[in-house]
Write a protein that binds this ligand. Structure first.
Ligand SMILES: [Zn+2]
Length: 126
């Protein structure tokens, strides 16, 4: 592993650690770092808990929003949303505080949806 790759991985792990404050049940993520071809900043396998981050994002101020965006795809199968700065398909500059705050809102919505689904399935099983 090169120095740059190691540094990026450490930064990504720090962001995931912070993300757990909003999503305590965040599953273990398979994190890959590497060089992207073209304009891709990162990618995720929907619902497979795998994220991949471009080495060229090291130290860039957008790293937090890119990682949180990919976690929302990978863990929660969150689709793109052009009306949301965090889940827009194009990178939009935002503060780290705003990125974590938006991430927290998605997690709350996800939990509420899961709770509703559980209530519906309990009602059906009764
Ligand atoms: Zn995306």
């Amino acid at each position: 592993m090169s120095d740059d790759t190691y540094k990026l991985r450490t930064q990504v792990m720090d962001i995931i650690y912070n993300a757990k404050k909003y999503a305590p049940d965040l599953p273990r993520l398979d994190v890959r770092v590497g060089k992207a071809s073209g304009n891709v900043l990162g990618s995720a396998r929907m619902g497979e808990n795998k994220i991949w981050i471009d080495v060229n994002k090291i130290g860039k101020k957008d790293l937090v929003s890119v990682v949180l965006h990919e976690i929302l795809h990978a863990v929660y199968s969150t689709p793109h949303d052009k009306k949301c700065d965090l889940m827009s398909p194009e990178l939009r500059p935002m503060s780290n505080a705003k990125a974590y705050q938006t991430f927290g809102q998605y997690i709350t919505r996800y939990k509420n949806r899961r709770q509703n689904e559980a209530m519906v399935s309990n009602a059906v099983n009764e």
